[in-house]
Design a protein around this ligand. Structure first.
Ligand code: ADP
Length: 307
């Protein structure tokens, strides 16, 4: 039997889907399972850290607790930020076995590198805050000179949920933060602070070529980071066609099909700050009352039907 695709023809609409997730009890995982079952598919949750593989095999397969996972049509990777390397390797092995992945391994790795993602988006002409990066402490002043002035937002490249994001009010403070982080060998981005964002950001949930839901998050008083984990409040919003197009474009340029695109409003329009390849479903579904999980399953159905 070769891959799952041969099993699934246009006549037979039932698919076999694997959700790669560390925990079946997570909201996003549960919702994907529910949506797949509701649409009549077989679905199973697999902990990707318990998957192993023989990479030299001519028939690339993924093995889970002794079982070869070959007869599947599609995988939905939900790879945690701390496990990108191993998770992406597992996804790649599925792809080589001709099992369709909602997001490709290459795109997952690419999107997890904040610097690389921003470099790609900038090259493609997607709006983002002015961003700088330097290695040597002697070059930090020069790099800061290229920015539009202070305050400046500093971001740890490996940070998530707003935890590695700080505001430096003066160039001097920015320089000190940068050299302190450099001492610890941490990589840090420096970004123009978009004051007019006013502690709000926008999450657009993209599936395929569509924004299937969007919300605005607002930071609590005295905080500029609008992360839900830091107590931000969320509400449903409608994006303009132009804004939707921008979110879809950013997703596409990174090679992703499902993404959470984070944007902030500046005087010059929306700016992209981050593109997430395993965006959570809980915030967006509860805020927008949209069935985002089913949109992901429908996307798999449509893509495989075209093949
Ligand atoms: P993380 O990936 O850790 O969430 P982000 O880059 O998304 O880091 O930043 C966290 C939050 O900080 C954003 O959601 C946004 O509200 C705020 N923020 C980020 N960058 C800027 C900026 N350049 N100007 C103003 N606010 C920002």
């Amino acid at each position: 039997m070769q891959g799952g695709l041969t099993l699934w023809g246009k006549k037979n609409k039932k698919m076999r889907i694997l959700v790669l997730s560390r925990k079946p009890s997570l909201y996003s995982t549960r919702r994907l399972v529910e949506a797949a079952q509701k649409r009549g598919h077989d679905v199973r949750v697999i902990d990707y850290l318990r998957c192993y593989m023989n990479i030299t095999s001519r028939k690339p397969t993924v093995i889970y607790k002794g079982e070869k996972l070959t007869s599947y049509d599609a995988i939905i990777p939900r790879i945690g930020a701390s496990y990108t390397f191993y998770g992406a390797a597992v996804v790649r092995q599925f792809e080589m076995g001709e099992i369709f992945s909602v997001n490709e391994s290459e795109a997952i790795s690419r999107s997890r590198d904040k610097l690389r993602s921003l470099q790609i988006l900038a090259r493609e002409g997607i709006g983002m805050p002015v961003t700088g990066f330097a290695n040597h402490s002697d070059d930090i002043d020069g790099m800061i000179e290229t920015m539009k002035g202070t305050p400046l937002v500093m971001k740890l490249l490996e940070g998530t949920q707003g935890k590695g994001v700080v505001l430096a009010e003066t160039k001097k403070a920015a320089g000190s933060v940068l050299s302190a982080f450099r001492q610890l060998k941490a990589n840090i981005l420096v970004q123009e602070f978009i004051k007019e964002a006013n502690g709000k950001d926008i999450r657009a949930f993209v599936v395929g070529e569509k924004v299937v839901g969007s919300m605005e998050r607002e930071a609590p008083d005295g905080e500029f980071r609008a992360n839900l984990h830091l107590g931000a409040a969320a509400k449903k919003i409608e994006l303009s066609e132009k804004e939707k197009k921008m979110a879809v474009e950013a997703t596409k340029r990174l090679g992703l099909s499902v993404a959470g695109v984070d944007m902030i409003r500046s005087n010059e329009g929306l700016l992209v700050i981050e593109v997430n390849s395993s965006p959570g479903l809980e915030g967006i579904e509860k805020t927008t009352e949209k069935d985002v999980a089913s949109e992901i399953i429908k996307y798999i159905e449509e893509t495989l039907a075209d093949n």
